[in-house]
Design a protein around this ligand. Structure first.
Ligand code: ZN
Length: 277
């Protein structure tokens, strides 16, 4: 009863922080978006971990063979994760855009008074459907979004490049990894082959290391001998970069190439030998 008698004393604030519902929606959408993104990142990380653990395990066990399909599936899943993260970024952008446009609209709304209530209600009519504002902008963006934008995003992801390299090397141990074309789905294999032999000893690599400065690869024992005999330059013809022990890192991709290559090479011989016995 008190509230009814007090109604005469009720004064409208000069300006209410109106559209509280919208504020709540924004907050919900932002926290939801952050949660989804962190879940996706988590998922991507586990695909990456599984892949690298699997490859390391196979590399340490000479009698095992890398499963092409397994790696391909991991690559596809990882790409899907990135695709979803990309869509989420688009959504985030739409969210911000909607927030800005609603805020701009609010600036044009006159002060909330009893007299202006009618106008107020009608002017905010189209702002009520927050979801619609976001979704329509998102759909617009999606339509204008070309696949090359996603390719650019894909290309910038180092972990994707890592899994993609593994997937490629398993099938083509002697070929250089092709660039990911932004506007082309075809895989262009360039003419040249990757040498699987140490430039110093001319033997196949066993324990390859590469210079983090020029990316040239050498057999560990031979480059160390080269360095300890007073040389400080990369031994590759035409490459004049300095090499130090500290610059040398294990060349995992070359290890993989060697293993895939040698298994391919020795398998038929092994089978033949068995048959002869
Ligand atoms: Zn070099």
């Amino acid at each position: 009863m008190d509230s009814v008698s007090n109604i005469e004393n009720f004064v409208l604030p000069p300006n209410v922080p109106f559209q509280r519902v919208l504020t709540r929606d924004f907050e919900f959408a932002s926290s939801f978006e952050n949660k989804v993104d962190s879940d996706l990142q988590e998922l991507g990380k586990s695909i990456l971990d599984i892949t690298s653990e699997y490859v390391n395990y196979i590399l340490q066990n000479d009698h095992l063979k890398l499963d092409e399909e397994f790696i391909q599936r991991n690559l596809d899943s990882f790409e899907q994760v990135l695709r979803n993260r990309f869509a989420l970024m688009e959504f985030k952008d739409s969210l911000q855009h909607s927030k800005d446009s609603i805020r701009n609209n609010n600036m044009n709304v006159s002060e909330l008074t009893i007299e202006a209530l009618q106008e107020y209600q009608s002017s905010t009519e189209d702002l009520k459907n927050f979801d619609d504002v976001v979704i329509s902008h998102y759909e617009e963006r999606k339509l204008s979004q070309t696949s090359s934008e996603f390719k650019k995003f894909l290309k910038s992801d180092k972990n994707y490049a890592y899994i993609r390299s593994i997937s490629f090397i398993i099938k083509n141990p002697e070929d250089p990894i092709p660039e990911l074309e932004e506007d082309d789905d075809d895989v262009n294999i360039s003419g040249g082959k990757i040498s699987l032999k140490d430039p110093l000893s001319l033997n196949y690599f066993v324990d390859p290391v590469k210079s983090s400065v020029c990316n040239h690869t050498y057999e560990r024992a031979f480059i160390l001998t080269h360095l300890s005999s007073g040389h400080s330059e990369c031994p590759i013809n035409g490459c004049r970069n300095a090499v130090t022990r500290k610059n040398l890192i294990k060349d995992d991709m070359m290890c993989l190439r060697i293993q895939v290559f040698s298994k391919r090479k020795t398998k038929p011989e092994y089978e033949t030998a068995e048959r002869i016995e």
